[in-house]
Design a protein around this ligand. Structure first.
Ligand code: GSH
Length: 210
């Protein structure tokens, strides 16, 4: 299998962290990782559009030549394909909670965070937009409080003491925040401590460049 990815971008980084975490758990999925340079617009060239008509990353190419083009679908596929030591584990209720928290992180935090980064200090050169930045920051307050509340019982990671896909999704977006020198956590010591802890993990040290 091949993972087409690019460093720094949150959705590919989410999958790269997931693969590195599974690797730490002893699951070698044998995935070759290939960079597609988005700055050079390689993701909009016919070669990549043949893999994914939407031109986005990540893309997982299966051994039979099929492609999966959504980051969460890639993770779900790898959970099914390599069922030993999965990241989504436990009872049906625990698995539902793990997926729920990941969706909350992705849809309610990571998504506005991407826009926020571009509104304050766009690496693609978009002009600063303080009004939009303020609106997006406002949108993130309730979900950030939700995570701070989860962490208030002293757990190490978002779902407890075992790494989850929510940790991967949140950290992948925070790398982008660090790159654009933005900070959305405010007065949330639990999230700040989680961030420090997560970045000490071998998977984080291997994948994160910022
Ligand atoms: N819903 C998709 C979103 C993928 C996505 O938007 N990827 C971004 C990087 S984080 C991308 O490829 N952007 C380049 C482009 O759209 O040209 C997923 O979860 O994989």
């Amino acid at each position: 299998m091949k993972l087409y990815k690019v460093a720094l971008a949150p959705n590919p980084t989410k999958v790269m962290l997931y693969i590195a975490e599974r690797d730490e758990l002893g699951v070698d999925m044998g995935i070759e990782q290939i960079t597609v340079n988005t700055v050079k617009r390689e993701n909009r060239q016919p070669e990549h559009l043949a893999r994914n008509p939407f031109g986005t990353l990540p893309v997982l190419e299966l051994d039979d030549g099929a492609f999966i083009v959504e980051s969460l679908a890639i993770i779900s596929y790898l959970e099914d394909k390599f069922p030993d030591n999965p990241l989504i584990s436990g009872t049906a209720e625990e698995k539902a909670h793990a997926r729920d928290v990941e969706r909350i992180v992705d849809l309610r935090i990571a998504s506005p965070m991407g826009g926020y980064g571009h509104a304050v200090n766009s690496p693609l050169g978009y002009p600063p937009d303080p009004k939009r930045a303020e609106q997006l920051l406002e949108q993130m307050q309730t979900p950030l409080d939700y995570l701070e509340d989860l962490l208030s019982d002293g757990r190490n990671l978002l779902l407890g003491n075992r790494v989850s896909i929510a940790d991967c999704t949140l950290q992948a977006s925070l790398q982008f925040m660090r790159f654009v020198e933005a900070d959305v956590f405010g007065e949330r010591p639990g999230l700040r401590a989680w961030d420090e802890r997560y970045r000490q993990r071998p998977a984080a040290k291997q994948v994160l460049k910022w």
